[in-house]
Design a protein around this ligand. Structure first.
Ligand SMILES: Cc1cc2nc3c(=O)[nH]c(=O)nc-3n(C[C@H](O)[C@H](O)[C@H](O)COP(=O)(O)OP(=O)(O)OC[C@H]3O[C@@H](n4cnc5c(N)ncnc54)[C@H](O)[C@@H]3O)c2cc1C
Length: 462
């Protein structure tokens, strides 16, 4: 039986980076992947498909030109599922090819099948057609990811009552959509469908959306959602969902309200994909969401087994999963690594997009850290004018004592790109003077940093 230095279970962002890192260190490593194609949720049902869909919708609807040509401007007045699927197929095929090539180039074999621990050092791998092989390894990285939570009382049919996997297989565009769950996935899909002129209702049990984000940014986003025609039902929970043979889906809320729509999307949480792993045979347990606990070195309770990505919980992003996978492999193989950065960025690809790094105003207030804000509207920049931007805010939070950057928050065009300027300043210990004393290309949206810094400087010296 082959005895690997490292076996990685799962080929999503965490698993791939773990395996490639081990290969770069010259170790004997393989990936076990249940699907016939590598990439994980990130490529097949999560990050890449949803972002490709968003990009296709923005282009085909002409959304980003409406500031110049009017709110009624549409590049293609009647969008179809085929228009969107075409772009999805091309993008995903390319991405898979790039990944397969990268694994081949680094000499990482992919073993197809579902892995189950038989004992702490041995797994059995069963293919879809029942073929079983066994493998041993000195060390493991578990990177099995997560899957949508499907409450048993919701009558999912993958046609009109869907989770975030099913939404990609819609046969036709609905005229109306109920999205349950105001987290990242819920708000992304709610705003993308609203951009296609679908009548969207967003339901969430909490009274605010995206609790971890800066309140001012969320308020701006809520305003944009309302402008796009989204109805918000916050502080409301679903009591039942009924599907008729061909008519609309009826959703009842605990407040007694009745909502009807062509399709309902359930995006209210995810579970660790640890169902088939036989973790008990490796001496491991999971929490109530089937996630695995790790220490700061991504090591589980079994010292030779590491875990990374969605299966270890928050923040459950492709961006962080990649880095966790790489670090887990380094720790497992005794390679010294730099400490994980104290701050990582969040990107929310809603319409409009949002991004943040560092502390929010609420956190600073709770922790009694005195700060000053600098704010710029993207339409104040020359580039924003040229692009016809109507919305968008960039906000920097500076410490009152030494003017260090404490947090950056952006909503609007290119927010997820713009944030990285602020991230560099934050992590390198930059202060207000960096933005005041340096010249930014003109016209750029990045100029908003200068405007926000001048705004903070005026307040500080006022
Ligand atoms: C709709 C949506 C949008 C998203 N958008 C973004 C975004 O914009 N930006 C971002 O950073 N993140 C985004 N994410 C999150 C991102 O997709 C995940 O954080 C990321 O895919 C997690 O990577 P992973 O490697 O932990 O697991 P996954 O990508 O889930 O991969 C796990 C792999 O393990 C395999 N597997 C599971 N069990 C076994 C087993 N027993 N044996 C063998 N193989 C197994 C699975 O088949 C899968 O291929 C989004 C997610 C969703 C659902």
């Amino acid at each position: 039986m082959h005895n690997y230095d490292l076996l990685v279970i799962g080929s999503g962002p965490a698993g791939q980076r773990a395996a490639v890192q081990a290969a770069k260190l010259g170790r004997d490593v393989a990936i076990i992947e249940r699907r016939s194609v590598v990439g994980g949720v990130s490529v097949h049902t999560g990050t890449m498909p949803s972002k490709t869909l968003r990009e296709a919708v923005l282009y085909l609807t002409g959304w980003d030109q409406r500031g110049l040509y009017g709110r009624d401007y549409r590049l293609k007045p009647r969008l179809t599922v085929e228009d969107l699927r075409q772009r999805l197929n091309v993008t995903l095929a390319h991405e898979i090819e790039v990944m397969q090539h990268q694994l081949r180039r680094n000499g990482v074999p992919v073993i197809e099948g579902t892995a189950t621990f038989m004992d702490p050092h041995q797994v059995r791998v069963e293919t879809a057609d029942g073929h079983v092989e066994e493998y041993r390894a000195e060390r493991f990285v578990i990177a099995v990811g997560s899957r949508p939570l499907r409450p048993p009382d919701i009558p999912f049919d993958d046609e009109r009552v869907l989770d975030s996997d099913g939404i990609l297989n819609l046969k036709r565009l609905p005229r109306s959509l109920i999205v349950v769950g105001g987290g990242v996935i819920g708000v992304e899909y709610a705003s993308i469908f609203a951009t296609m002129d679908v009548k969207v209702t967003l339901v969430d049990g909490r009274s605010t959306l995206l609790d971890f984000m800066d309140r001012e940014v969320v308020e701006e986003f809520v305003h944009c959602l309302r402008e796009a025609g989204v109805t918000l039902r916050l502080g409301e929970t679903v009591s039942s969902v009924e599907r008729s043979e061909s008519g609309p889906v009826t959703t009842r809320l605990n407040s007694g309200k009745r909502l009807r729509a062509d399709v309902i999307l359930f995006a209210a949480g995810r579970m660790g994909c640890t169902y088939d792993l036989g973790l008990e045979n490796a001496g491991l347990e999971t929490d109530e969401r089937r996630r695995i606990g790790v220490n700061g070195r991504y090591q589980t309770a079994a010292p030779h087994i590491y875990a990374a990505g969605d299966v270890i919980g928050f923040p459950a992003l492709a961006s962080t999963s990649m880095e966790q996978g790489r670090l887990a492999a380094c720790h497992a193989l005794g390679q010294s690594v730099c400490a994980t950065p104290a701050h990582f960025p969040f990107g929310i690809y809603a319409v409009p997009e949002m991004s943040m790094v560092g502390m929010t105003e609420q956190q600073l207030t709770e922790q009694r850290v005195p700060y000053e804000t600098g704010l710029a509207r993207l339409r104040e920049t020359a580039r924003g004018q040229i692009m016809g931007l109507q919305e968008g805010v960039l906000k920097i939070l500076f410490a009152l004592d030494d003017q260090r950057v404490l947090g950056v928050h952006v909503i609007g065009e290119q927010a997820t790109e713009l944030i990285h300027i602020g991230q560099a300043a934050l992590i390198l210990g930059g202060t207000l003077s960096y933005f005041l004393e340096n010249v930014f290309n003109y016209p750029t949206l990045a100029e908003a940093y200068k405007i926000a810094a001048l705004d903070a400087w005026n307040r500080l010296s006022g």
